[in-house]
Write a protein that binds this ligand. Structure first.
Ligand SMILES: *Cc1c(COP(=O)(O)O)cnc(C)c1O
Length: 477
């Protein structure tokens, strides 16, 4: 209702009441105005009602919701099922146009506005968690692996533009991490991975053994430099590093890697799958963007922001590169993962987002302490991998030749998440044979179980897990 309508309504019920309610409505309108003008997460999260009213106001800006709209095109945003329509708050046009996924959609001003705002809110969320040097980000409705494939394609497109007369580089130098999607995404994008094997018990930042990381597996920068020289800079599309991973692997040291990439003029892409929840990681990414070369970093929406699987955020300090990525996307795309993130960030607000980040980091030592006590009881040990600030692991050496059955027993008791790794596992992934698959290295000395203290975890879940694990381990010995 606008000013005029309120005025007329004063003839129907007491004008005092009208004026008071008009103020309440205006207060909410101011929230919307602040969001659109400041383009940041609200300090305090919005109520569901405010979010819903705002979504309804945006969706009525799309042609499929115009009163009396006549559609004679091939895509008119018609929705057969009212259940589907309400699941999407009436949004039906998706995002983007055939040539660019972030371009405004003429038939859908509301959707276009929502996408633009979501990109801003995501940027703000990344900055709050530590990556202050980020300049632009793009929320895409594809998960992390496929988003990295998109980034690799964009790097290829960029290379073609800047080096029109040289052959396309074919290789992606990839620090080994035993997770299949990224290796597959290199293949999907049409490039050949070169595996940089990790090293054990070696702290690169100090170039000496660091006892708090003595059981860790980490990336080998000396080997990276050697490979760059062997393969030749002109043949390398980029270096692909990883900042969130299961212990005993440590997050890659993106600052020295970025410096090396800058020195050689090689692009650098960071798989930051669930690293947004870790301030240390985000701050390192931020510094790497200023002191070295880091072209883009990619994070999952579900692993960091508590939304269903389906989206990722591609971010960079290089605005042009993000625009190239958006222009590389083929065709239009789904709005759903964007809408999920939009609603979530509005609902959380800065305060709750910070509280969730804080709660996680505070629960980590508690979780580790509890597991350590269990380790003592069952003659196992907590692995020293201090620099991994999300995941940690305990040895599983006294449960026979294949401790993975412990993992099955936990799953059977409704525990999801821990992974038991048999150090002898062999696996072939996209034509590459791996030894010790799961442990990120060929000859890890222990079988182990790895777990994560990830965003949203509750103290009670940790307590309950420890009780169940104790039971399972007691029964297994
Ligand atoms: C989740 C994850 C990915 C990507 O998986 P998607 O299913 O494509 O989102 C990549 N690397 C790591 C380390 C991950 O944890």
């Amino acid at each position: 209702m606008n000013e005029d309508t309120f005025k007329i309504a004063e003839g129907l019920i007491s004008s005092n009441y009208i004026r008071q309610s008009q103020q309440a409505v205006q207060t909410r309108q101011r929230l919307f105005k602040t969001l659109i003008s400041q383009r940041t997460m609200p300090e305090v999260g919005w109520s569901d009602q405010s979010i819903e009213i705002f979504l309804q106001q945006l969706s009525q800006m799309d042609t499929n919701n115009y009163i009396g709209n006549v559609g004679v095109g091939e895509r008119e945003g018609r929705i057969y099922s009212s259940m589907v329509s309400s699941r999407h708050f009436g949004f039906a046009h998706g995002i983007g146009r055939s040539g660019d996924v972030s371009e405004n959609q003429p038939k859908a001003a509301g959707s276009s506005l929502l996408l633009t705002l979501t990109n801003y809110l995501a940027l703000h969320a990344l900055k709050i968690s530590g990556a202050e040097q980020t300049k632009k980000c793009l929320v895409v409705p594809i998960a992390t692996g496929m988003s990295i494939a998109l980034v690799l394609s964009a790097l290829g497109a960029q290379h073609k533009k800047t080096h029109p007369n040289t052959p396309k580089p074919r290789f992606v130098l990839w620090f080994r991490i035993d997770q299949k999607s990224v290796l597959k995404c290199i293949q999907t994008a049409g490039y050949t991975p070169i595996v940089i094997e990790n090293v054990e018990n070696y702290n690169i930042s100090q170039n000496e053994k660091n006892s708090s990381d003595q059981d860790a597996v980490c990336s080998n920068l000396t080997l990276l430099e050697k490979k760059v020289n062997e393969i030749g800079v002109e043949n390398i599309l980029c270096v692909l590093s990883t900042t969130s991973c299961f212990a005993p692997r440590l997050p890659d040291l993106v600052i020295p890697i970025s410096k090396l990439c800058k020195k050689y003029g090689v692009a650098h892409v960071v798989n930051n799958a669930y690293g947004v929840q870790c301030e240390k990681t985000m701050k390192r990414i931020s510094s790497a963007m200023t002191c070295g070369r880091l072209d883009a970093f990619i994070q999952s929406t579900d692993k960091n922001f508590m939304v269903p699987v389906g989206g990722a955020i591609i971010a960079s300090s290089n605005v042009d590169f993000i625009n190239t990525v958006a222009g590389t996307y083929a065709g239009r795309a789904s709005m759903s993962p964007i809408l999920d993130l939009f609603v979530t960030l509005l609902s959380m607000g800065v305060k709750q987002w910070k509280a969730l980040l804080k709660e996680r980091i505070e629960l980590l030592p508690y979780f580790k302490e509890k597991i350590n006590a269990l380790c003592v009881k069952h003659q196992e040990s907590l692995l020293y991998t201090e620099s991994n600030t999300i995941s940690f692991a305990m040895t599983m050496n006294s449960f026979g030749s294949d401790p993975t059955r412990i993992g099955s027993q936990l799953f059977y008791r409704c525990v999801s998440g821990p992974r038991v790794v048999n150090k002898h596992t062999k696996k072939r992934v996209v034509d590459i044979d791996f030894q010790g698959y799961g442990s990120h290295t060929n000859n890890y000395p222990h079988h182990y179980m790895t777990m994560a203290c990830s965003i949203g975890i509750k103290r009670e879940e940790i307590d309950e897990f420890v009780v169940i694990l104790d039971k399972v381990l007691t029964k297994a010995t």
